[in-house]
Ligand binder design. Sequence first.
Ligand SMILES: [Mn+2]
Length: 338
Amino acid sequence: MGRIAEEKQCQFILACGDSFESNQVDRKTVARAIEAFKEVTVPVYLLPGNHDPLNAASVYCSSTFVEKKPAHVHIIEDTTPVQVGEGFELVGAPWLSKRPNGNPIVDLLNALPPAGSIKRICAGHGIIDIFTPDKEAENVIAVSKLEAAISEGKFHFIALGDRHSLTKVGSGDRIWYSGTPESTDFCEDHSGFCQIVEMDGDDVTTEEVKIGKWRFIEELVDLNTKDDVEALRKKLEDIPNRELAVVKLELKGSLTLSLHGVFQSHLLAARDVLAGSVINEDNLLVIPNDTDFTDLGFSGFADATVKRLRDKIDQGGNEGAVARDAFMLFLRLSKGSA
Ligand SMILES: [Mn+2]
């Protein structure tokens, strides 16, 4: 973000809360954040959110942060307007506790007169009413109030934090969640961006820049044939930077025992390099067919074992399921030794 801010000649960087996961983060995490801030060449404004509220135990009051913080990094401690360049001011509504009475932005919206000739930017944090069923909950922000503040000329732009996906709020183009710079979960539909906001006279333009490296990939996969298994292998292999990818597969369809074995070995190989995986096989049927038991090239006791396992599988029930797992393991081990 620092590099982009420099490139695009941004006047400052604003992070609207939850820069730290909690006030109890490791000292090392704080020290490393400060190392990163040192490389940033523009002023940085950090708004305390519900994860990192500005209370007595705040990470922003920790000795590591206070002693090492570079001068160009500023914590928005109260609702005092800060001048951020000629004709612009920034006003934030910091969270002073994890569960304040009402969202801090509400008092700010009520207290401020119209901005007049100055361009005023607001920094707030929390969930908005259109994204929660619990609209009356204490910290929920009513979008109608934000839109009213814009139309009354109190603010020219409202930057929000909390939501991980980059999201435009309301009917205009002046209220936004910039989202988190990294993706952190499957449910996020547009995370991993920073947003560049340009204010020129009365015009506001926004631009999203992808900066996140992590990916959360969720797929429903129908597995029935050899081609399906091969396509899934290729799909898993073609994911770029797999060490930064987490994959969730919802599997359905039906496979023979031997194809399921092939699929399992592809999965094992992928799991070695993926950052994480969640595989749901509840709706994937594994059905033995004749070719599962013939052409295996076994003889002697191995062949006799296959026959005994097959009888058990055909009988079904719990023992059949155990026999099926045993047979698949047997296939894998035999391939390994070959
Ligand atoms: Mn939050």
